[in-house]
Design a protein around this ligand. Sequence first.
Ligand code: PMV
Length: 362
Amino acid sequence: MLDYINPKLVIERGSLSPGKVTWKSPSNIALVKYWGKHGTQLPQNPSISLTLDQAHTITSIAYEAIVSPKEDISLDFFFDDQPNAVFGEKVKNFFKSLLPIFPFLGQLHLTVHSTNSFPHSAGIASSASSMSAIAMCLCDLENLLFGTLNEKNTLHQKASYIARLGSGSASRSIYPIAGIWGEMADVHQSSDLYAIPAKEMIHQDFHDFHDDILIVSKKEKSVSSRAGHQLMENNMYATTRYLQARQHMQKLLAAMQSGDLETFGKITEKEALTLHALMMASSPPFILMEPNTIEIIHRIRDWRNRTKNPLYFTLDAGPNVHLLYPKKIFADVQSFIQDALLPFCENGHVIRDQVGPGPTQL
Ligand code: PMV
């Protein structure tokens, strides 16, 4: 099995000048959800997501050689330019776990700066953008030091693999427009170890798709996604769910290939509600939706029935509602949000986003 362990990636003594790598990387929104894992961050079912644009993390890693390297990581972490010990410890532990893949990390002192485009407390999953930004920085750094990842595809595959180890969903943020993570018999090169690009598999209508995120609550989640994944292990619906997700992947991909928005919407909404149904059927059960989440969902369905506009919703592991729709109905959707949905958002907060080009080097 591919594991990227490489003891050769060691810097020769006295050969390194200090430097810095910086990447901006987006969040993504899953259409078919990854919920349940096994082994080392391996998914129980394949998933597909749209890569976002405005919701992103910018991470820089400055490096310099340390005189006497130890079996540890030497790292200072700053979030929004402030030292952050909690995040710093997490990143340090993550880098430590990556030492067999990137042994040179033990030879460097690293200063990591990270900032999100969206407020940290907006209730938006930041792990996909932050872990993919870190993964791009590390692979870029490997390439700078050793010239081993000059091929774009090779760089992306390894970055997706590394991002996955940090947060499963982050593996999909590496690619423009859309990404697929998880092995599927009929999708060439799909893998549980890393995500693959999906832009070329889907209809042009999805290449400028919109996702407006209605912030229903900015509160921290009562159950983390790590705990949620774990609860799937004893969920009595798990086996059926993983089967359903595979079927949804096939149907959704076919619909996205042909540009069949109606089927796209049906499956996407069912996935969102299934994700939350699984939470409510866990032991112990938990609820991440809020009354306003349900209110917004009813209003979307009602508006769609009345206007015949192809506006659909999805949910992440939280109460906020993602509005998914093609660019051509942008103006109509903005009026609908303004007139009917804003009262259900915390302080009228909406993040207007759309699919984007994936990570960019700064
Ligand atoms: O990447 P994680 O471990 O935070 O899990 C993400 C789970 C969902 O966001 C709910 C679904 C998904 O596929 O992104």
